[in-house]
Design a protein around this ligand. Structure first.
Ligand SMILES: Cc1ncc(COP(=O)(O)O)c(C=O)c1O
Length: 440
């Protein structure tokens, strides 16, 4: 064990979303990464089954990206983003809007998924106010939604553990029902058949609050962090129709689904539904430098641009918005995605991947398997009285055997880098199957 991982040297770091004391008794420390693999501090090879944290879509340590960051650091380390700019901020925005669904052609930069969500919510509120509909202040999220950890995001989010400690959060927020329906949809391959009608829950909230008070609805096209919930067939289309009917903005949180995860550059394209605002982060820079972005429709941008030209239109932004290193990393990332056709590779592999993850159906304690593109969710029956523990034990076992998976509650989530090969999918699934047997 190296000096930096001895228990005495680990006290100061308060780790995020981690059982700190348990972790520090048996730390998992990564020291290098290349392609599909990490190396840990014992020089063991760890196959990355989750693209780091749903972000390293092109695999690790990619040369274009590394070089772009190195060169940028030596050329322009920082440029203030308020009333100033640098060339790569423009270049990146132009390249990004070539990939987004038609109409989403304006880009606002942030530094993380959570910041993208806050930005999108504020954009929606300000948009209505500028249009003279300032009564539209209500934000609607969805049960089991995850939209990061800042106050707006946890307010519209629907994960109780992320909310219950933090008071009353934003006022005027409500939630539509989640789309998970194990009774009718368990073991669906791809989009489940039942549940388009759950979008009608938005009509219930419109009837309760009146559309004139509702600014926006935010959903993840595929809910990742609450256990890989795939949208039922027709659900997102219906949500779009109801939003249009009532003048409510539809925000897609594509922080996990963006950049090729579902088989198209964005889930909006996979499912054929275009939101008014779309948030991204993670795969935007392949996880190398923190960066997020919010895409907005031209009409939203135009609304902001309706006042006097010398005034700031949107009082919002971050010291590190459009950071030169992040822009360089994103440009290197887009180049890598393009050269290797990675943004559609999941659509080629999804049949093989679906068969592999659904082969776990008969493994002990598996109560559901869900998939889309290169995302898989394997839900386990909880240990009696100890929710999440069985899945976490499986995670520890797989790590011990050299495969990194992720768990949320009692669901195991798989989201390998988009460069994954078939044998590596087999290796992930075989390792998981053996761990599930041991956890029985
Ligand atoms: C859908 C979604 N929104 C927001 C976030 C928050 O992103 P970040 O951790 O970069 O703030 C995440 C992170 O997993 C996410 O999955």
């Amino acid at each position: 064990m190296s000096q930096s991982t001895t228990p005495g040297a680990m006290d100061a770091y308060w780790m995020p979303f981690t059982a700190n004391r348990q972790f520090k008794k048996a730390p998992r420390v990564l020291t290098r990464a290349e392609g599909m693999y990490f190396r840990d501090d014992k020089n063991r090879q760890i196959l990355d089954g989750v693209a780091g944290l749903w972000c390293v879509n092109a695999g690790h340590n990619r040369s274009h990206i590394v070089r772009a960051i190195q060169e940028q650091a030596a050329e322009l380390d920082y440029a203030p983003p308020f009333q100033m700019a640098h060339p790569k901020a423009f270049e990146l925005a132009e390249k990004l809007v070539e990939l987004t669904p038609a109409g989403l052609n304006k880009v606002f930069y942030t530094n993380s998924g959570s910041e993208s969500v806050e930005t999108a919510l504020k954009m929606a509120l300000a948009y209505h106010r500028i249009r003279g509909e300032g009564s539209r202040t209500r934000l609607i999220g969805r049960e089991r939604g995850y939209h990061g950890v800042n106050f707006g995001g946890i307010s519209v989010g629907g994960m109780v553990a992320n909310r219950k400690m933090f008071g009353t959060m934003l006022s005027g927020v409500d939630h539509i029902r989640h789309t998970h329906d194990a009774a009718r949809n368990a073991f669906s391959v791809g989009q489940p058949a039942h549940g388009a009608d759950l979008a009608e829950d938005l009509e219930r909230l419109v009837a309760l609050h009146d559309a004139s008070t509702i600014a926006a609805v935010i959903v993840e096209p595929v809910a990742g962090s609450t256990g890989v919930l795939i949208p039922p067939q027709g659900y997102l289309q219906r949500l779009r129709e109801i939003c249009d009917k009532h003048g409510i903005l539809l925000i897609f949180d594509e922080i996990i689904t963006g950049f090729g995860r579902t088989g198209q550059p964005f889930a909006a394209q996979t499912f054929g539904v275009t939101p008014d605002i779309m948030t991204v982060a993670k795969g935007l820079t392949n996880g190398c430098v923190p960066m997020g972005a919010v895409f907005a429709k031209q009409s939203i941008y135009d609304t902001f641009m309706s006042g006097p030209e010398h005034l700031i239109e949107f009082f919002h932004g971050y010291t590190y918005s459009a950071h030169p290193l992040a822009c360089a990393a994103a440009l290197g990332t887009l180049q890598t995605y393009a050269e290797e056709n990675l943004l559609t590779r999941a659509s080629e592999l999804q049949g093989y991947f679906a068969e592999a993850v659904h082969s776990l159906r008969d493994a002990p304690n598996v109560i559901d398997v869900r998939n889309i593109g290169l995302v898989g969710g394997i839900e386990l029956a909880p240990l009696p009285g100890e929710p999440a523990k069985r899945a976490f034990n499986v995670f520890l076992d797989c790590y011990d055997k050299g495969v990194l998976i992720r768990t949320t509650g009692d669901t195991i989530a798989l989201s390998p880098p988009l460069i994954v090969e078939r044998e590596q999918i087999d290796h992930i699934v075989d390792t998981l199957r053996a761990a599930l047997k041991r956890a029985a």
